[in-house]
Structure formats: structure tokens, C-alpha cells
Design a protein around this ligand. Structure first.
Ligand code: NAP
Length: 288
């Protein structure tokens, strides 16, 4: 048994299947949909504080706070990546990565060789492909992505600077779609990735892409780790899971799984939520 197995997670929901499970394997072995009607199944994952912070500005731009990041959440992040055909990321993330201000989250399984073995056994390429959403196209593609044998897709606005499009093409990117405006729409992203044959797309981007997908009913599931600590922060110094104009109507999810991680020391407890998009019907978990 390794550190990822101790202590075990307590399954709180569904309540009729109460039990205890190790962290490793929780999302690797659970059944996940593959989309349909030419659209991929899209999902995202966030680690948040009790007061809803996903990142804090500590002077050099917003980052996931060290106070909430933790190895057990990271394992689950990586398991979700192992299940994907394609990862969705952002221009801002690639700028921050190049500036040394962001963790390199795109390669799968550096610390977890079993995840690559799992993909191989499942007939999947070692690394999921990558799709970048950016209005500015003002970023550099990390050469390692192409070296890892991944296809790199760009969503580029119709009126994007041709020199930037060409620079990314030379660096190995292909165009997934030219979007009607600088702000790509969720349905443009999903349709294009569906047409390219992707069946499971994992958004590893942040709150703007989450909103872009949600606004067009394009986020099918949300995985959330809630660390049981409050962080605070002044207005403007933190980000939450969804950023942009209010979602009207609100986007509803239903609880599909809830696990308590009691933590191995004070301050380490958290819970893991799996939420599925509730489309056009009452949420059964609320009994409505
Ligand atoms: N706690 C967590 O689990 C978690 C998870 C993910 C991210 N984060 C944090 O969230 C913050 C932001 O991450 P992020 O930059 O990857 O995500 P983001 O806020 O979703 O993406 C921002 C960038 O994506 C592009 N973009 C977003 N929506 C777009 C649209 N509709 N059309 C065209 N381009 C669009 C823009 O790129 P251009 O500027 O290039 O046009 C924009 O600057 C970071 O601080 C990160 O640490 C936290």
C-alpha cells in the first residue's frame, strides 16, 4: 500500500453503495461516457478551497495555491487525463508555462507510469492530444508536445494575425476551427473536436474556458476537489471556477459521486465530487 491508499476514501454518495476505496484507481476505473451525435463528452476538474478559490495572485500572476494543491488531488487529475482523447488548454496557460509561472500539467504520467500502461492496454496513444483555445494566439507552443507524438490543435479566430497562425503551424499545430469571433463559442469547440473524432475531451484550462463551455451547454461533467480550508483574499486577487458574464439561465449539475478524504493529518481533509450536467429534468439527488 502506498501513500495514495492511506487513508482510504469513504464513499458518501451514492449512499446505497457506502464503502471505502483507495485514491488510486478512483477515476481510472469508473465508467465514463464517450459522447454521441458527433460531440465528445467534455469534463473539467478543479481543486478549490472551502471558500471557492481556485487560484490566488501572490504577486506574479494567479496560481493554484500551495495550501490547497495536494498529491491525492493530483493523482485524480492525472487519472482523469488518462481517460481523455484530447486535453483542452488556453493561450494564457501556455504563456504562463513559458514564463515559468505555471506547473507543466500537459504531460501524462511522469510520476505515475501505471497511467501510461493503462492507456497502452486500452489501445490509446501514450499521451492525449492537445487543443489550445486563444483569442490572441500570443503564445509559444512547447516543442515537447510535438516531440511526445501528440497532435496539437488550435482554435483561431477568423481575423487572427496570419503571421501568428503561420508561426504555430510551423511549430507543429493544426487548425481545428477558425472561430467567428475572438471569443470562441463552446459549441464551436465541441463540434470541431467531435468532427476530428475525439470522444472524451478534458478541459484542463481555467474559469474562462469553463464558462465558455458551460454557456453553450458544453460541459457534461465537473469533478471538484474541495479542500477543507478557507483562504480568503481581496477582491481581484483570486479566481473562482467560472469567470465571465453571469450564466443565464444558471447551469445545473446533479451529484453523481461524493467521497470523503479524511486526510492523514490536521488540515489535510477534503472531499471529491463528481457532478453531471442536469439537462431538462429535476435533480434526482435533491428529490425534486
Ligand atoms: N484550481 C484549479 O484546479 C485550477 C484549474 C485550472 C486553472 N486554474 C487556474 O486558473 C487560472 C487561469 O487558467 P487558464 O488561463 O488556463 O484558463 P482560462 O481562464 O480558462 O483561460 C484564459 C485564456 O484562455 C483564452 N480564452 C478563454 N476563453 C476563450 C474563448 N472563449 N475564446 C478564445 N480564447 C479564450 C484566452 O487566451 P488568450 O489570452 O491567449 O486569448 C484567455 O486569456 C490560472 O491561475 C490557473 O492556475 C486552477
Amino acid at each position: 500500500m502506498n501513500a495514495l491508499d492511506k487513508p482510504l476514501l469513504e464513499r458518501l454518495y451514492p449512499a446505497d453503495s457506502r464503502g471505502y476505496e483507495p485514491v488510486a484507481g478512483l477515476y481510472l476505473n469508473t465508467p465514463l461516457p464517450e459522447g454521441g451525435d458527433g460531440l465528445p463528452w467534455c469534463y473539467a476538474n478543479f481543486v478549490t478551497s472551502l471558500d471557492g478559490r481556485i487560484s490566488l495572485d501572490s504577486g506574479g500572476g494567479c496560481r493554484v495555491p500551495g495550501e490547497i494543491a495536494n498529491p491525492r488531488d493530483w493523482r485524480l487529475f492525472q487519472e482523469l487525463a488518462a481517460r481523455a482523447d484530447c486535453l483542452l488548454t488556453s493561450g494564457r496557460y501556455l504563456r504562463e508555462l513559458a514564463a515559468g509561472c505555471a506547473q507543466d500539467i500537459l504531460p501524462l504520467g511522469a510520476e505515475f507510469p501505471d497511467l501510461q500502461q493503462w492507456r497502452q492496454a486500452s489501445g490509446l496513444p501514450a499521451q492525449p492530444d492537445v487543443a489550445v483555445v486563444s483569442g490572441s494566439l500570443d503564445f509559444e507552443l512547447p516543442p515537447t508536445l510535438v516531440e511526445q507524438g501528440r497532435r496539437i490543435w488550435l482554435f483561431a479566430p477568423q481575423d487572427a494575425d496570419p503571421a501568428r497562425v503561420e508561426r504555430h503551424r510551423r511549430a507543429g499545430a493544426e487548425i481545428a476551427a477558425r472561430t467567428a469571433s475572438a471569443q470562441a463559442r463552446g459549441h464551436e469547440i465541441r463540434r470541431a473536436l467531435g468532427a476530428l473524432g475525439y470522444r472524451r475531451v478534458y478541459s484542463v484550462a481555467g474559469p474562462q474556458i469553463a464558462r465558455t463551455l458551460m454557456a453553450d451547454d458544453g460541459l457534461d461533467a465537473l469533478f471538484q476537489t474541495v479542500r477543507h480550508r478557507a483562504l480568503g483574499g481581496s477582491p481581484g486577487s483570486f479566481e473562482t471556477m467560472v469567470e465571465g458574464p453571469a450564466l443565464t439561465p444558471p447551469v445545473d449539475f446533479r451529484l453523481a459521486g461524493l467521497y470523503l478524504d479524511p486526510g492523514d493529518r490536521p488540515g489535510a481533509s477534503q472531499h471529491f465530487l463528481r457532478l453531471e450536467r442536469a439537462r431538462g429534468r429535476a435533480c434526482p439527488s435533491l428529490g425534486a
